[in-house]
Design a protein around this ligand. Structure first.
Ligand code: GLA
Length: 783
């Protein structure tokens, strides 16, 4: 709901209100963003008060000697007129004038959300779900038109903002910075929560109190990156995800981004988000209009969990589109960590047969099926089958896999070229490089120039052909290096524009693919989660979260990712132990428990499983299928975070709280441990719940030689006897079953059985060990 009265604009969503006004100098003054309020008749108490001018400040003009733009919360600040905070926009005119002073001109309010046709990915919603306000501002001297757009998504409590600049002058201007959003808040008593990392440790949560100065959260890698995700939060309570006033912000963009968070000398905060000015520059010619990517903004008084929930709902309803929207995602078996590059059709079929037998639904053939690819030094760009490995071709393989009742999926890495490839021999000019410089390789490969239409056409044709030929149901779209040597040999534009033009090229190619293959399930990937963002999610409903599938690492990674993105977007596979990225040993049940809080898959050599492991995985898959809609689309909460504790407690819940699943995960086993409590603050006080742990198998081997305390014959570690006993003795997890009132569960929590702590063991003992976990099922009793 949006309305305007006396040039005061009020934007309501179900739980939030956002207000700004046109002030006496015709600038937009931000007045309120927070919990939904009722009447907005008396807004004067919120106006900035200025009756005296201070010290060395700059007054806006002679008519307003005490008004300095530097200390007012503004919607979109001017540059060069006394506001010394980070500017949202910077440009220069041909005479060197860089002043940007935008004044309110007019506005319109529209039901729904008009498409901008900017070539950028956009959120969407119909007239019942959203409303849009467009405020037009005009630069005081030059003929530049700035349009600020605000769309309120009522149920998701999200406001989508973007800006566009139209050049109505007779001269070209150079745009050097153009933020999608500026948010000025009146106080600075917040912690900044960001998601930082690197390859194999993506999106670890970082929380820090705001201090004076400017914090920059950005990427200059060419992709949104695993270093600093564009999603961030400002919260008054970083210690408890369920409490506090919390603002969340994200960007619908997959390239270089920057978020500036400035604490001002007057105790205010400015947040800017958008294209990264460090790598952005654009010539805006007469008559042209430039659009920023969309930024999304939310608020919740229920802390980080509240803002996460808003984002999850928004992404599932207004970002993800097409036939897989709110659709249950298939359980994957991917051959990568089972075979790497070394496979034959025979080996793949063996793996697929086992996948089908265990209940998986989609078999994915990863890297190595094309050109003459035997390792990662060759063939990217040659999207034809590797007949050495697959002499009968992909169509035949796909047919056999479909014949097993499985869907068939294929890996590809379209944005890349190897120098050792047919494509490079034919088109060296398609490789991104600066004339006269040797381009820098990344994973032995180079970027293809996606700013070029001929390159995009080639990719569309060659990949469409192979996908049709192999009748694929799923595509994993990978991208395994960051940018270097940014330059297009097409020379159709200013080279400073390369990074953004690459993204526009990529998006236009993705749009073509999703239109041509509307039923295909796409999963985006970039060396794991190097491009986990809302831009990619507009085309591809799921993302490979990380190459690191170690259970402990995944708790950090999936927990960090969950702040901004729903479980339905996160690919999560069970892999071997010792893990291939960390060499850490963890038990199979725990690896599943973590992967189950995401889009489940297996990425290990299933053909080598023991009989017991077969049974374990069969049961895991059956469990996941029963609870799949809750695990993929339930409302998600973090009640204990691994980032702050030795334990994590995550919950997915039906909207009416009648059914929930809770993950209890611990990092290290503590000898003689404290009592574990399972408290679910969102339990419905009026309901009564039955609570049971998922039936799991306890690995007898985990007791080592301690079994000799009860064994009639001596069992050695790693001996044949130990293997035999492990195969034949079926040991299940503790017997623990409760009926509990929702109020007790919410306000106090269940005292769980004792954990194994170095002394005795019986059927009641919870044996978790290091990196151990349980999933608890909570179901409301009827009546
Ligand atoms: C990247 C991906 C992996 C796998 C390999 C194949 O690293 O993240 O999942 O597909 O490429 O080369």
């Amino acid at each position: 709901m949006i309305h305007e009265k006396n040039l005061v604009f009020t934007l309501h969503t179900a739980w939030t209100t956002y207000i700004f006004r046109v002030n006496e100098t015709n600038h937009l003054e931000q007045l309120y963003y927070g919990r939904r309020i009722g009447t907005t008749d008396h807004m004067e108490p919120l106006y900035d008060k200025h009756t005296i001018s201070v010290g060395n400040s700059v007054s806006y003009d002679e008519e307003h000697p005490s008004l300095t733009l530097d200390n007012i919360c503004l919607e979109y600040s001017s540059y060069g007129k006394g506001d010394f905070r980070e500017p949202p926009i910077l440009f220069s005119r041909q005479n060197g004038d860089r002043i940007a002073d935008f004044h309110y001109k007019e506005h319109r309010i529209i039901k729904g959300k008009p498409r901008s046709f900017s070539g950028l990915p956009e959120s969407y919603g119909d007239k019942n779900q959203c409303m849009t306000l467009i405020v037009v501002l005009k630069e005081r001297v030059s003929a530049l038109r700035l349009e600020l757009s605000y769309t309120t998504f009522d149920q998701a409590n999200v406001i989508v903002r973007k800006a566009s600049l139209t050049n109505d002058m007779g001269e070209t201007i150079i745009l050097q910075r153009f933020s999608s959003l500026q948010l000025d808040l009146p106080t600075s008593d917040y912690s900044l929560v960001t998601f930082d990392g690197a390859w194999a440790r993506e999106r670890y949560r970082t929380a820090q109190r705001l201090r004076s100065g400017i914090h920059v959260n950005d990427s200059k890698t060419g992709v949104s990156s695993s270093r600093h995700n564009p999603c961030l939060f400002l919260t008054t309570n970083e210690d408890n995800d369920n409490q506090g006033d919390c603002y969340g912000c994200n960007l619908i963009y997959s390239g270089d981004h920057a978020q500036h968070i400035e604490t001002t000398p007057y105790g205010k905060v400015r947040l800017l988000t958008g294209l990264n000015p460090a790598t952005f520059s654009w010539q805006l010619h007469p008559g042209e209009k430039f659009h920023t990517p969309e930024a999304i903004l939310t608020f919740s008084h229920e802390g980080l969990n509240g803002t996460s929930r808003n984002f999850h709902r928004f992404i599932n309803s207004h970002i993800v589109r097409g036939s897989w929207k709110y659709h249950q995602r298939p359980i994957v078996v991917n051959n990568w960590e089972a075979t790497y590059f070394n496979f034959s059709e025979h080996a793949l079929l063996k793996l697929a047969r086992k996948a089908a037998d265990l209940g998986a639904e989609l078999f994915v053939l990863d890297d190595g099926w094309f050109g003459s690819r035997e390792d990662d030094t060759t063939s990217l760009g040659d999207w034809t089958v590797n007949t050495k490995k697959l002499p009968d071709g992909l169509a035949s393989l796909s047919k056999k896999i479909h014949g097993m009742g499985l869907l068939f999926g294929l890996w590809c890495e379209p944005e890349m070229v190897s120098r050792k490839s047919q494509l490079y021999r034919e088109h060296p000019e398609w490789l991104v490089s600066v004339p006269g410089r040797n381009p820098s390789p990344g994973r032995n490969q180079y970027l293809l120039d996606l700013t070029r239409e001929d390159v995009r056409d080639y990719l569309f044709e060659s990949l469409s052909n192979i996908w049709k030929l192999a009748n694929v149901d799923y595509v994993k779209w990978d991208m395994n290096r960051m940018f270097s040597d940014m330059y297009s040999n097409s020379e159709k534009f200013q080279q400073e524009e390369f990074n953004h033009r690459y993204m526009l090229g990529l998006y236009s190619l993705l749009q073509r693919f999703v239109e041509a293959f509307p039923q295909l399930l796409f999963e985006s990937c970039a060396s794991g989660g190097n491009r986990f963002d809302l831009g990619m999610l507009c085309y591809m409903p799921q993302t490979w979260t990380s190459d690191n599938t170690d259970a402990l690492s995944r708790v950090y990674i999936q927990e960090g990712t969950s702040y901004g993105y729903p479980l339905s977007s996160m690919g999560a596979h069970v892999s071997e132990s010792p893990n291939h990225q960390t060499l850490r040993v963890s038990n199979l049940e725990s690896r599943f428990n973590v992967a189950a809080f995401g889009l489940l898959g297996y990425e290990m050599d299933l053909s080598q499983l023991s009989t017991q492991e077969n049974e374990v995985i069969r049961n895991q898959i059956a469990f996941y299928k029963v609870h799949r809609s809750l695990l993929q689309y339930g409302e998600f909460f973090r009640f204990k975070t691994i980032a702050d504790n030795n334990q994590a407690i995550w919950v997915v819940s039906a909207p009416d709280r009648t059914e929930m699943l809770a993950l209890f995960f611990q990092t290290l086993n503590i000898p003689n441990p404290p009592t574990d409590i399972l408290r679910i603050p969102i339990a419905d006080p009026d309901l009564t719940y039955a609570v049971t742990p998922r039936r799991e198998r306890i690995d007898l081997k985990s007791f080592g030689t301690l079994v000799n305390m009860v064994s009639p014959i001596r069992i050695k570690n790693d001996g044949n006897l130990q293997r035999l006993v492990d195969e034949t003795v079926h040991l299940e997890n503790e017997l623990e079953y409760y009926i509990v009132n929702g109020d007790v569960l919410a306000y106090r929590g269940i005292v769980l059985n004792q954990q194994f702590g170095g002394t005795g063991y019986d059927k009641e003992t919870r044996v978790l060990g290091d990196f151990g976990s349980r999933i608890y099922h909570l179901k409301a009793l009827k009546g």
